[in-house]
Design a protein around this ligand. Structure first.
Ligand SMILES: [Zn+2]
Ligand SMILES: [Zn+2]
Length: 146
């Protein structure tokens, strides 16, 4: 999936391709992970030509992009709603309940499970939201030192 093909899907919809939308989309595209609206805003608002962009506009943009199926939402156990490019092979985060760090897995480990569910139920285009949490290696090792 290229960034250009995503632009095209926005052009084909009734949405206007604004600078803000482009920036949000580009940010998600290059991130290869899901981000909260705040995280997207933090990354995008540093661009000099987007000083007028506010968090509310980022939210509205994400809602609009979700509606036309370019972006999809996932639920994070602690951070709440996160966003990612729809239909792209995605990854999962493991959240440390002690220090709060998020460690990104390189791939989704559940695709084979989805394929099994699809085979058994006839469902198509399954999606999932899964939260992994525990204690990270760093927290465990500092526990042992104490
Ligand atoms: Zn930790
Ligand atoms: Zn997954």
């Amino acid at each position: 999936m290229t960034l250009e093909s995503l632009y095209e899907r926005i052009r084909d919809s009734s949405l206007r391709l604004t600078k803000g939308k482009l920036a949000v989309l580009e940010c998600l595209y290059h991130q290869h992970a899901s981000l909260t609206a705040q995280e997207i805003f933090d990354r995008v608002s540093t661009q000099s030509d987007l000083e007028s962009l506010d968090l509310v506009t980022v939210y509205r943009t994400l809602e609009a992009l979700t509606k036309i199926g370019v972006v999809e939402q996932v639920e994070h156990s602690v951070k709440g709603r996160k966003f990612q490019i729809a239909g792209r092979s995605h990854s999962h985060t493991v959240h440390c309940i002690v220090c709060g760090v998020d460690v990104e897995m390189k791939e989704c480990l559940l695709e084979s499970i989805e394929q099994k569910i699809e085979a058994q139920t006839g469902f198509r285009a399954l999606r999932h939201t899964v939260n992994f949490y525990g204690e990270c290696a760093l927290c465990i090792s500092s526990e042992h030192e104490a």
